[in-house]
Design a protein around this ligand. Structure first.
Ligand code: DAH
Length: 330
């Protein structure tokens, strides 16, 4: 037993310790045999030997447990030392991040309008029917609601389908004149090459006394803005329909890839559609209690701008979180 005690003291590894444990407590180990031998003894002697054996057994249990703990702790220290990282150490191969192309595009848009003295407004992502539809001249059962596949909650609330409800919120909480943009995320049940369930829009609204804001002002500012974004492009306004503006227009720029000659990106038309706009419909002013004012509004999709500016073919790639995409924008 003394030998085994010394072996435990000298033992350097958990494997070695397990071998010793088997010699002491294993099926063919010291104690199994010693206790079996008790059968050959009798009376006082048997009692004596059994008692000594039990004491020794306890002693070895403790010795082995203590040694095991020491060795385990040593092992942790060893791993800690091996895997230690010097956080203050400077690496020459530091990876640099990049601003996401959607945010970069968003910033470029915001820069223009801030420079033109527009305020930046925000609104909630979870909206009610009044702000998202009703006040924007989209009454219940209006077919134009189908243009925007909406995510509804059980209680009738919804994820805003556009940033236009922020027009309503701003007019309800401020007095004219108003000169605002609202950048933010919006949600629609849509998923393909050019649609994702969440995307970003920038909304614009200008309201002032009757006669102070006209379609001509709208044309000027959007043309100037699109040149800021895309460089030397031709801008055209096409009549269109939005429930919240009358008259309404869709705005095209000459294709930045083929310079208007016709290519795959512009479907051989020479034009790229980039935003919607118009003169604010009087029903919208009625809904927010505005009188004797006129105004114009516009809305655009930020991802569409980013895709055109960076020639990104699949919109979904912008939201996959793949660092290899971001690395291209450093
Ligand atoms: N809200 C429209 C959409 O999501 C975009 C839009 C068009 C906003 C015309 C406007 C506007 O303010 O005047 O499709």
């Amino acid at each position: 037993m003394e030998k085994l005690e010394k072996a435990i003291a000298k033992c350097h590894s958990l494997d070695e310790l397990e071998k010793i444990r088997l010699l002491v407590f294993g099926k063919k180990g010291y104690f199994t045999e010693a206790f079996a031998n008790l059968k050959t003894l009798q009376g006082e002697e048997k009692k004596q030997v059994a008692s000594t054996l039990n004491e020794t057994k306890e002693k070895f249990t403790t010795l082995l447990a203590e040694k095991k703990e020491v060795l385990e702790r040593g092992k942790i220290d060893e791993v800690m030392q091996k895997d230690a990282v010097d956080v203050a150490l400077f690496s020459t191969t530091l990876g640099a991040g990049a601003l996401h192309p959607v945010m970069e595009t968003m910033n470029k848009i915001i820069d223009y309008f801030v420079g033109m003295n527009f305020s930046i407004e925000e609104g909630p992502l979870v909206e009610d029917d009044f702000h998202n539809f009703e006040a924007l001249n989209l009454p219940k059962h209006h077919p134009a609601r189908d243009m925007q596949d909406t995510f509804y909650f059980d209680d009738g609330m919804l994820l805003r389908t556009h940033t236009s409800p922020v027009q309503v919120r701003t007019m309800l909480s401020q007095k004219p004149p108003i000169r605002m943009i609202c950048p933010g995320s919006v949600f629609r049940r849509d998923f393909d090459l050019t649609h994702t369930p969440m995307f970003h829009q920038v909304e614009g609204l200008v309201v002032d006394e009757v006669g102070k804001v006209s379609f001509a002002n709208l044309k000027f500012i959007l043309e100037d803005f699109l040149k800021h974004m895309f460089g030397d492009v031709t801008v055209r306004f096409r009549p269109s329909f939005f429930p919240f503006t009358e008259p309404s227009a869709e705005v095209d720029i000459s294709c930045i890839f083929c310079k208007g000659e016709g290519c795959r990106v512009c479907s051989h038309t020479g034009w790229l559609e980039v935003l919607g706009c118009g003169v604010v419909d009087s029903n919208v002013f009625k809904a927010v209690g505005y009188e004797n004012v006129s105004g114009y509004a516009f809305g655009l999709g930020v991802e569409r701008f980013a895709m055109l500016l960076h020639q990104i073919p699949d919109l979904r790639s912008l939201f996959e979180g793949d660092l290899r995409l971001l690395e291209q924008f450093r």
